[in-house]
Design a protein around this ligand. Structure first.
Ligand SMILES: C[S@@+](CC[C@H](N)C(=O)[O-])C[C@H]1O[C@@H](n2cnc3c(N)ncnc32)[C@H](O)[C@@H]1O
Length: 650
């Protein structure tokens, strides 16, 4: 039974599992844990743990029937696939010095996975690597992955990281940070998309920064041992504040909780009805599940989460979904795209605020009724900025004359009908033209535009506005007056795998618009390129080059960088800004998702080392493109040389 109903949440994290002991009566295992226990699935051993291939041969002389938990017929196919995760024998040690154990381990692993595939299980839990070295284990798993059906392999990894300060220098091995083991294992398996992590949550947790790394990794399950639970005033299990926060993070990232271990709380018997309901281990003659109080607590944590806001619900399907950025200059946008823009009230509120301030600065109160301000909306689309401008004029009592310039002939049709419908014919002139080539009958006091992409300049606002600048009076105002792009390094294993699935270099040299969710932000964003309008400087070039150094906080531990998340912030006018850079982002504005610049080869960053990144903006008469690279701690190739894979057409 799901943990609860959370409006809009249909993610896997509603389902909670339980780790069980070997029992060859699988129908009983399911009945006890699902029907009586209310768990949704079991993580159950498939093979008798007493089995070891070499021992079996010694005992029987010939290889007999493998001691699996029942036959495939004891459960229906849908029970196997929906309610059972196969737990691979935990004794296996594929990197043991003991050759017999090593070989036995490999045989057993392959036998169990073959059986799990036969049963069409959705996932198998692989035991944690036993030591620092996992090469042979990874080799064997990698072999299996090459021929696997759609089953996922969850590698069990204890959530351990020793603090640098308390680290024993003599023992400063990989084991201090279990992320290193995962990293090594997945690199050996080349980031295979069916290999993911099941985190073993222990009673002490590493630093928040180091935990954050896991949200960029492919974590499918979090196994919480009963040892992690504290006891509340009424004697019931509960979790520390930090554990609660972590569990909420798991819920938000579609990570399923699995409860594990023996009950460690002996619950008090109290007379109240509530207590009686909660405590009676024997309800209607049926033994109540010993982990039920723990499950109830996890359910409580799930149910008390805030419902997803409506916009988040709407955007669920876009999470971590790579999209090509728009090319509004080269292509003509479609009606549906304009429709989406126009719903973003917050964007137009900010523009209206900026226009109000500009109008007031331009025309003092005592001249409000005598002076007419000439305002041009360049790239007017279907007219929302024209409306915002007229509303600003009304709000400030200023007189306005508007030119709405738009190069998309389809949007111009809508503009004409809007102007007629609203009765704006005497105030608004519609110009069907590219702003760069229009010969205006007069110059503007204020030039309003919204030509911004997720990375600010990536939809060629600089080139368009440079072309339109001659329309502006020498002392005229441009709204926006400037915009800046930002990047930050991220772990984003899902995005990396999605790009990799195209099996070519071009997709690794392309920037994507994406609602980032399953990522770890490893350092604060830093500014990349800034453009100022009107551009009165002598150097009119829009080529740019920036070198940035990112330091990752020392308590994060090592981390993997799959690419860069990109954002923008625009100053519309004076203190009125608009943007998506996380620390200053405009609330409730949804027109822009971040941009993602991938790396062809992910870069491992060790604690204390810094990341050196270079970004270029390159311009030719027909196109603009970015090139990017990393030069420290190791060098990556320069991405997108000459804009060979990704460019924006002028
Ligand atoms: C991002 S849309 C914004 C539209 C509208 N201002 C809004 O807020 O909904 C940019 C608009 O600018 C137009 N545009 C882009 N470059 C242009 C150019 N050089 N001249 C005229 N219009 C242009 C596009 O066709 C598109 O309608």
């Amino acid at each position: 039974m799901p943990l609860g109903e959370r409006a809009g949440d249909k993610s896997e994290s509603r389902y909670c599992g339980v780790e069980t002991q070997f029992n060859d009566d699988m129908p009983h295992v399911l009945a006890f844990n699902l029907s009586h226990g209310s768990f949704d699935f079991v993580v159950a051993p498939l093979m008798d743990p007493a089995y070891q291939p070499s021992l079996m041969q010694k005992e029987s002389g010939v290889s007999g029937v493998l001691p699996f938990a029942g036959s495939d017929l004891v459960l229906s196919p849908s029970q196997w696939s929906s309610h059972v995760v196969g737990k691979i024998s935990s004794w296996i040690d594929l990197d043991s010095e003991d050759e017999i154990l090593r070989v036995d381990s490999e045989i057993t692993l392959k036998q169990e996975i073959a059986w799990a595939s036969h049963l069409s299980l959705q996932a198998c839990l692989l035991p944690a690597p036993k030591g620092n070295s996992c090469a042979n284990y990874a080799r064997c798993v990698n072999q299996i992955l090459q021929g696997l059906n759609s089953m996922q392999l969850w590698l069990r990894i204890p959530l351990v990281k020793t603090d640098n300060d308390t680290m024993d220098v003599v023992n400063s091995s990989n084991l201090d940070d279990s992320w290193e083991i995962w990293n090594s294992f997945r690199l050996l398996c080349e980031h295979h998309s069916q290999l993911s992590v099941a985190l073993d949550v222990l009673n002490s947790l590493p630093s928040a920064n180091s935990l954050g790394r896991w949200f960029g990794e492919s974590v499918r399950a979090a196994i919480i041992s009963t040892d992690c639970f504290l006891t509340n005033a009424r004697g019931y299990p509960c979790l520390s504040k930090r554990h609660q926060k972590l569990v909420s993070g798991f819920f938000n990232h579609s990570i399923q909780i699995v409860l594990s271990g023996e009950p460690v709380h002996s619950l008090p018997r109290i007379n109240s009805d509530l207590a009686a309901n909660n405590n009676d281990n024997n309800v209607d003659g049926v033994q109540k599940h010993p982990l039920r109080p723990y499950l109830d607590y996890v359910g409580y944590l799930y149910q008390r989460m805030d419902p997803l806001p409506e916009q988040e619900r709407f955007e669920l399907g876009y999470r971590d979904f790579l999209q090509s950025p728009l090319q509004p200059l080269m292509d003509n946008l479609e009606a549906q795209t304009y429709e989406t823009f126009e719903k973003d009230t917050m964007k137009y509120i900010q523009y209206q605020r900026a226009i109000c301030k500009a109008l007031q600065d331009r025309v003092p109160d005592d001249k409000a009724s005598s002076v007419t301000t000439v305002l041009m909306v360049v790239g007017a689309g279907r007219g929302p900025l024209v409306r915002a401008s007229l509303q600003a004029a009304e709000e400030t009592g200023r007189k306005l004359k508007v030119y709405a310039v738009e190069k998309n002939p389809n949007a111009v049709v809508t503009l004409h009908s809007l102007v007629k419908l609203e009765g704006w014919e005497n105030i608004v002139s519609i110009i069907s033209s590219d702003m760069r080539y229009w010969d205006a009958p007069e110059k503007a006091d204020i030039l309003v535009s919204e030509l911004l992409g997720s990375f600010g300049d990536n939809e060629l606002s600089p080139e368009c506005l440079d072309g339109a600048q001659r329309l502006l009076k020498d002392d005229g105002i441009s709204i926006p007056s400037s915009y800046t792009s930002f990047i930050q390094p991220v772990t984003a294993s899902k995005l990396y795998n999605d790009v990799k699935s195209h099996k070519d270099v071009a997709h690794f040299e392309t920037a994507y618009v994406v609602k980032l969710h399953n990522i770890a932000r490893l350092a604060p964003p830093q500014p990349v390129f800034t453009f100022i309008h009107p551009n009165r400087s002598i150097d009119k070039s829009n080529n740019r080059y920036t070198k940035l150094q990112f330091g990752v906080s020392s308590d994060t531990g090592s981390a993997m960088i799959h690419g860069f998340a990109g954002y923008f912030d625009a100053v519309l006018y004076k203190e009125v800004h608009l943007g998506i850079e996380p620390s200053t982002s405009t609330p409730n504005m949804f027109s822009w998702f971040p941009i993602f610049f991938p790396l062809r080869t992910p870069i491992s960053l060790h604690p204390g080392s810094s990341l050196e990144v270079h970004f270029w903006r390159c311009c030719r008469p027909s196109k603009v493109w970015y090139e990017w690279t990393v030069t420290s701690p190791s060098s990556s190739p320069i991405h997108n040389t000459n804009g060979r894979s990704y460019w924006v057409g002028l």
